[in-house]
Ligand binder design. Structure first.
Ligand SMILES: [Zn+2]
Length: 207
């Protein structure tokens, strides 16, 4: 039995890492690691709460929360996946704080780059960051990053700044150069790290 227990705990530890570095690996994480039927993230969260798996709880809360309120409060789930009121309360509070962080910080990252000089790449709209062409491009990028996460959050995901346009890969915000995108990518990586560190507090797991 002890061997099985440690194996199970190891799988959980990989899929619900305790540190940000654990997220960076290419290993699958979250509920997809369980064999057989993929459990609902609420079911996993419930189990971890019941078993007091403290180290895996921040990630389990995030996995349940990122799908939004409807998923947290879904009515037609088996009993195991129905969250008790106090867990729902922590999850909703956390979701609101994550959304706020995601929107504000992504906005600042794209629209108000702190301390960065205007771009020097010819034809990049960021040469005039407050001009209409730049603002239109920035809006598209901002919407791409946070828009489709409207009901939940994607703040821990690596965002796609590029799209395929007739066989050519280019920035979602038309004309924005790769240097500007790199600045956004590293800024967003910082945001993910910051959010990760904040998860236990965000979900009220710190005593
Ligand atoms: Zn640029």
């Amino acid at each position: 039995m002890p061997a099985i227990r440690s194996q199970v705990l190891e799988v959980i530890h990989d899929a619900y890492p305790e540190t940000f570095e654990g997220l960076g690996s290419s290993k699958p994480f979250g509920e997809s690691v369980f064999s057989g039927r993929t459990p609902h993230p609420n079911e996993v969260l419930n189990l971890f709460v019941q078993q007091n798996l403290t180290s895996a709880l921040p990630m389990a809360y995030y996995m349940a929360t990122r799908r939004g309120l409807n998923s947290l409060m879904e009515k037609h789930l088996p009993g195991d996946a129905t969250l008790p009121p106090e867990v729902i309360q922590s999850a909703i509070g956390g979701l609101m704080r994550l959304r706020e962080l995601e929107l504000n910080e992504t906005h600042d990252l794209i629209f108000e780059p702190n301390g960065s000089r205007p771009c020097s790449t010819p034809n990049c709209p960021s040469r005039t960051p407050t001009g209409p062409t730049a603002l239109a491009a920035y809006h598209k990028v901002f919407d791409r990053i946070v828009g489709s996460s409207q009901l939940g959050t994607k703040v821990l995901e690596v965002p796609g700044f590029y799209e395929d346009s007739g066989g050519v890969t280019q920035c979602v915000g038309s004309g924005v150069c790769s240097g500007c995108v790199e600045r956004w990518e590293s800024g967003h990586a910082e945001l993910r790290k910051k959010v990760w560190t904040a998860l236990p507090g965000v979900f009220g797991l710190k005593s």
